[in-house]
Design a binder for this molecule. Structure first.
Ligand SMILES: C[S@@+](CC[C@H](N)C(=O)[O-])C[C@H]1O[C@@H](n2cnc3c(N)ncnc32)[C@H](O)[C@@H]1O
Length: 265
């Protein structure tokens, strides 16, 4: 990782934290009692949450493998990157193309601390603290500009992120601003929780007063994030059905998480 001038941030252990709750769903160890309690509350009411988190993570891996290989993308801007786990974006991309460059962005202090430790010896990766609600700060950040060439196609990754952004923060405008900063041929990878009436209250309660609320959206609203772009086959689908490595049942109703890759014209 390129040396950073930012100081190491403080980590809160008293507020349930969405990055650490996700780490817990994935079976990771980078979480505290406050996160585990809230995550268990969520699992008790939405039993498939663990499986859903894993399905999303697997979608992310397949999407990066596709982009670094078939699509010929060698630069990744991964916003809402999450705590380092198995098969992080740079590891998947480097397996396909060792020259891949990856900039991780997250607004969470603990993600920054862990990512810096993991990436310390890798010159083609970087991490900055940034908030997707301030896209200009991200795309103008000197470390982003130093690592990625924004005049060439980039994969902008917003995987399991935009459902943490409320409508009043203009989620569609934020995605449009990010995509406006990258050239034609760039890709948007986005996955998002689908709204399910039966779980709406439980999800809201589990993420109430956490580091971010969850705003699940219907599939049509998830599709709007890709307006004006061409969708890579098979389009916007349940993440399990996006180019699966193994056959999955087309009617499998359990995982309500949708994802796609769009290409900027
Ligand atoms: C569920 S994790 C997803 C991690 C990874 N993208 C994945 O799909 O496996 C969501 C991440 O988004 C981050 N996040 C939440 N709100 C954010 C914001 N406004 N700006 C940047 N990151 C944010 C959280 O800190 C967390 O690390």
């Amino acid at each position: 990782m390129r040396p950073s001038t930012d100081p190491l941030p403080a980590v809160s252990t008293t507020t349930p934290n969405v990055a650490r709750m996700y780490d817990y769903y994935l079976g990771g160890k980078d979480n505290y009692a406050v996160d585990r309690e809230r995550a268990e509350q969520m699992i008790a009411t939405v039993p498939l949450v663990r499986e859903t988190a894993r399905a999303n993570r697997a979608f992310l891996g397949r999407a990066v493998r596709f982009l670094a290989g078939e699509a010929g993308i060698d630069q990744f801007l991964d916003i809402g990157a999450g705590l380092p786990t198995q098969n992080n974006v740079h590891q998947v991309a480097e397996r396909v193309n060792p020259a891949s460059r990856v900039m991780y962005v997250d607004n969470d202090s603990m993600v920054l601390v862990h990512a810096r430790a993991l990436l310390a010896t890798n010159a083609r990766t970087g991490v900055i603290q940034g908030d997707v609600r301030n896209p200009v700060h991200i795309v103008r950040h000197p470390e982003v500009r130093g690592l990625l060439d924004l005049s060439r196609p980039v994969a902008v990754m917003l995987v399991s992120l935009m459902h943490f952004i409320r409508d009043e923060d203009n989620p569609y405008g934020l995605v449009a601003s990010l995509m406006a900063a990258v050239p034609s041929g760039s890709c948007l990878v986005l996955s998002h929780v689908e709204r399910q009436r039966e779980y709406e209250d439980a999800v809201a309660a589990s993420y109430a007063r956490a580091s971010a609320p969850v705003v699940a959206r219907p599939v049509e609203e998830i599709g709007r994030f890709f307006d004006g772009m061409d969708l890579v086959y098979p389009g916007l689908v349940n993440v399990r059905q996006w180019r699966p490595d193994e056959e999955v049942s087309p009617v499998d109703p359990d995982v309500r998480f949708f994802g796609a890759i769009g290409v900027k014209r």
